[in-house]
Write a protein that binds this ligand. Structure first.
Ligand SMILES: [Zn+2]
Length: 175
């Protein structure tokens, strides 16, 4: 798993690329940037990137982001979307990233850790319907979140501080 400093650098670099490449008219600062860092048992680091309004990006914008090293994950087919965010379906960045790997058979079997790095804090329903369920479904994996408290509506910039492991809730009523 990457360090706190590396996580901060990764999300800052991703944000810089989004603001440079995505048209100002789409107000990219108002949309969340989120990264999933998975670490395999052989210590290989994997990274996938999500932007909350990915559907609004043009082909050229997507291509430029990929060229800069930030390929945006696509939505998995609806029937493969195991994780959701309450009424938001899987349209928040966190379930989109997790569904992306979860839909690939065997992709999560050799993972040691998962770190979700998000500018805007994971919302309560993402924690309940995505992060907590993912933690329970993958007992051999350590799952962490770095949530930086950005609030575009209040012009609150991300605050880069270590948040600790994802809270684990014993409530299993969602299974
Ligand atoms: Zn959410």
């Amino acid at each position: 798993m990457i360090s706190e400093q590396q996580a901060e650098m990764a999300i800052r670099s991703f944000r810089a690329a989004l603001n440079e490449i995505v048209s100002d008219a789409k107000q990219p600062e108002g949309r969340n940037a989120c990264i999933l860092n998975l670490t395999r048992n052989d210590n290989e680091e994997l990274f996938v990137y999500a932007y909350s309004s990915a559907k609004g990006l043009s082909k050229t914008e997507l291509q430029k982001l990929a060229e800069r090293g930030f390929p945006i994950v696509e939505d998995v087919p609806e029937q493969l979307r195991k994780y959701a965010c309450g009424g938001m379906g899987q349209y928040h960045t966190e379930p989109r990233l997790i569904n992306y790997f979860n839909a690939r058979p065997g992709a999560l079997e050799n993972m040691k850790t998962a770190l979700l790095i998000s500018e805007i804090d994971c919302c309560k329903t993402c924690m309940k319907y995505t992060v907590d369920l993912f933690v329970k479904a993958n007992p051999l994996m350590e799952v962490y979140t770095d949530e930086y408290g950005k609030n575009p509506g209040r012009n609150q910039l991300p605050r880069f501080a270590f948040q600790g492991p994802a809270p684990y809730q014993m409530d299993t009523s969602n299974f």
